[in-house]
Design a protein. Sequence first.
Length: 526
Amino acid sequence: MLDGLFRQQITTEKRASLQELIGAPPEFAAVVGSIAMEQRYVDADYRDLFYHHYAGKHREWQRDCQRLHLWDVDGFYLGAVVRSFDPYNEDRPWHPFKYDLSPRWLAGGAEPWYLLAAKRHLHAIDEAHELRRFPSIAQDGEYTRCAHAALWNVLTFLADKYRIYKARLPTEIQELSAKWTVERSFPSQGLITEEMSSVLLACGLYPRIYYASSVEKAGGNFDLLDLLDVYLDSGFPILTGIEKRPDTFFAASPGRARWDAPPEGGEGHAVVIVGHNHTPQAQYASSRPALAYRHRSAYLVVDDNGFPYSQMKLVPKGDDRARIAYSDDGHGQPRFNCLADIIVPLPRRIGIFAEDILGLLPFLGSTTSNNLRLLDVDPADIAFRPFLMSAGGYRQLMLKLYGPTLLSTGSAYLTVIGKMPLPHFVWVIEVVSRAALQSASGSDQRVYGHIVLDASAQDLSADDSYERFLLLWNLGMAWAAFNSKGEQYKDTWTPPANVQSKPCFPLMCHNLRSANSPVFKSRAES
């Protein structure tokens, strides 16, 4: 047992005990080099639960927690785990309550992972650390359940990343959800999808719910995972409802899952999807627009029943069918489930949604093919990657990623994009080379250009919406801007008549970072 607030090197025996201490899988335990413990740590979220609930129970509960700090074998700070006390569990009274862990330990795996992360400042042994992670809290099983934990994870992440949102304590989430229930909230029976959405709405968000059954019945050229991918790449953590059905398979498009309505009576569970992998292999259905998201076979999940960054895999069954393999019971044993619904915590000024953009891709594909003749590009080589972002963020990211190259070529594009009026939010559709997507790491992916649409519009059928989108083409080492009629904007760089170019700019991965990124290497701040 650890004792005292000082760093201790991890031996083989102690590394094996990390499973009991913090519920760590072997892959995480293998990278831990040293550890320290705070025996009496005041955690705001646990203290909130203590005074509202546990202080009134018959048995004596401890109001303080333990906090374990972990470093890897190279001395980089991995984060902290808070453990709380349960007097009813005599064999194992201390158990993990909250995680603030860097995903850097995922970097050693065979597959590249990309995930959402927000900054968090932690102090360990008089050292300050800036950590990038996705927060995770456990349910207590009495006052909070998986839905409350998932809401806490999302709200805490958004508060850490954006100043306009406020983090909520567990009892605040419970009180907000109680406004829409019709019976007592203790002992908690969990929340249904609509109640979870109402909590987000009360916290200043404008969520959108997608049910697997409704998406399937709509019969569009996309499925629930396509919607999930678009919003995930836009920087939104996805609240996901899972139906626990071990022996049920669901129809799937080639290489991907396509969901029927979940069976009645299935046991539900709520998790948060925060990242994905990249696989070189992908299959594109001939009847659908090619999406860059088809190069994904697994997702990273924050689940109150398990360790952060668990893997949810898509397992092909054959005959155009697939299922999800995911250990959602906290014991590491995969079981097969289906996605029942997703909740996306959107901001207010959004009028065009992912399903509108995906439904528009066939039209954009034909227009794009005509414009690609300027680049001497085979239209069969392109795939689309749509995502949502603010216009200010788009301008800043264009300058950051492409500014040095554009300035060196004397391009007027930066002046054009700086002066061009844009709405508060825009949909950006990257036109990606399919061949480049076959890169094993995804680091060689390149784009031919961007299609930019007004995300605050209300009706894509109106002439002033999709008929006025921008086409920003990467021509050689510069950009050209066109409208949907092929008319070039003034002051835009004009390509030579004999231009023969290949995509040379990287994908705009502005929200999700690779687990190999240096930002996840945290040492003590000076």
